[in-house]
Design a protein around this ligand. Structure first.
Ligand code: CS2
Ligand code: MG
Length: 417
């Protein structure tokens, strides 16, 4: 039997030995970190490793601690490599570790699907749907502007729209864009200071959705992101006040470290709850799902350990009728989006996918075959996850240090951004 020269393991006929891996950092308008893994079969795969505002920590984790362990391994053994990186680190979980593992995992699924000559969704179990329902972001400086923006997204074909608005008395309210395309929060080498006022927000938000339903009716799905700002009882009140406007979901109503908090929210409202964009393993999701305290789980390919781990989370969620609603902000690269769309095309308990659209510069660096079609994103049939990186173009956009904003209350107290 032929043996692997580096690891002395048997080489099977289907093996694809990893001979090189490297990290590519590019900033076509914002920073992205991409892992590229090459095999002796001439096939390569790529995975997203972007952790907004903390990008270089994942670069170091990959270059210094992961890549040396990959060389010589069989890229076909995705599960074994996942377990090796997760158990082998000893220090489990956390956003840096799990984003690095996700990048490896995504690249390996890309390789496996390319070797099989299939689009990734086929390997996962095939199509469960024709297209992936996405929600876009409408945001405005005030109610009138947000109402117009929702109308504009409807005319673009969106069936589901997240609405955020500037709030009188709140400087730098979350989710309000500065350009005319969408909201891009990481905007300074040092964090921008924003101001938060819970009372102003709680009085304002129901008025926004009342107006949106008055003008646009009930045939459009509306979503809203509270972005971790409320206490549990405040979140309960907001959910109750929003009930007449039938939201698709209310997102991140309170920070989720204390999962018990969601019991209190649930006791007060039937507005569906979505959580999980900052979760990184199934352990963050377990209690919320098993106690049926949420309706949508927002974990993503890039921040929650890749396709391999996201599948476990989705399977757990399916037992409790919790559906997926993966994070898809612009700080998740097109590589993550491509992989997510294959996952969404397969996953039985799919709910919705966030989609913010990348800039033309970003789209050019990451050529991809997914496309928007009347409110849905559709994956192509290119073998793999269908996203590539143009390295020569990527090299023209060097890394730009950027951080996310912070929030303070009126008296200067630090709050949750
Ligand atoms: C947000 C994100 O899309 C969302 O739901 O919560 O914009 C989030 O603020 C960013 O991804 C942070 O990097
Ligand atoms: Mg969010």
């Amino acid at each position: 039997m032929q043996l692997n020269k580096i690891t002395s393991e048997p080489v099977h006929s289907s093996s694809a030995i990893i001979r090189a891996a490297r990290v590519i950092v590019t900033s076509p308008g914002r920073n992205f970190v991409t892992l590229k893994i090459e095999t002796d079969q001439g096939v390569y795969g790529i995975g997203d490793a972007t952790l907004n505002g903390r990008e270089l920590s994942v670069v170091s984790y990959l270059e210094d601690h992961v890549i040396p362990n990959l060389i010589g391994k069989d890229a076909q053994r995705i599960e074994d490599i996942w377990q090796f990186l997760y158990r082998g680190a000893y220090w489990r979980r956390g956003p840096v570790t799990m984003s690095a593992i996700a990048a490896v995992d995504t690249a390996l699924w890309d390789i496996k699907a390319k070797l099989a000559g299939m689009p990734l969704y086929q390997l996962l179990g095939g199509r469960s749907r024709d297209g992936v329902l996405v929600y876009g972001h409408a945001n405005g400086s005030d109610i009138e502007h947000t109402v117009d923006e929702v109308g504009r997204y409807m005319s673009l074909g969106y069936k589901a729209i997240r609405a955020q608005s500037g709030i009188p008395g709140v400087k730098g309210a979350y989710g309000v864009g500065r350009g005319d395309m969408y909201y891009e929060p990481a905007d300074g080498t040092l964090p921008t200071e924003t101001l938060w006022n819970t009372s102003s927000y709680l009085n304002f938000a129901p008025k926004l959705f009342e107006k949106l339903r008055d003008v646009h009716g009930f045939d459009i799905e509306l979503l809203h992101d509270v972005h971790h700002r409320l206490t549990p009882i405040e979140a309960g009140r907001l959910g109750k006040d929003l009930e007449p406007y039938r939201l698709f979901w209310m997102e991140d109503a309170t920070p989720a470290e204390n999962q018990e908090a969601f019991k209190l929210i649930r006791q007060h409202t039937t507005t569906p709850l979505a959580v999980g964009e900052i979760f990184n393993t199934i352990w963050d999701c377990k209690d919320l799902i098993q106690n049926q305290l949420i309706d949508y789980i927002r974990t993503t390919v890039v921040h929650a350990g890749g396709i391999t781990h996201l599948r476990r989370i989705a399977d757990l969620a399916s037992m409790y009728q919790v559906r997926t609603g993966s994070h898809g902000a612009t700080d998740l690269s097109p590589v993550c989006m491509g992989a997510a769309l294959h996952f969404d095309t397969w996953v039985p308990n799919f709910g919705i996918q966030e989609y913010m659209r990348h800039t033309p510069e970003t789209d050019a660096v990451f050529p991809h075959d997914y496309r928007f079609d009347d409110g849905y994103l559709k994956v192509g049939d290119t073998p793999g996850h269908g996203v590539d990186i143009d390295e020569a173009l990527a090299a023209k956009y060097p890394y730009q240090p950027m951080q996310l904003p912070v929030a303070r209350l009126q008296d200067g107290t630090m709050w949750n951004w």
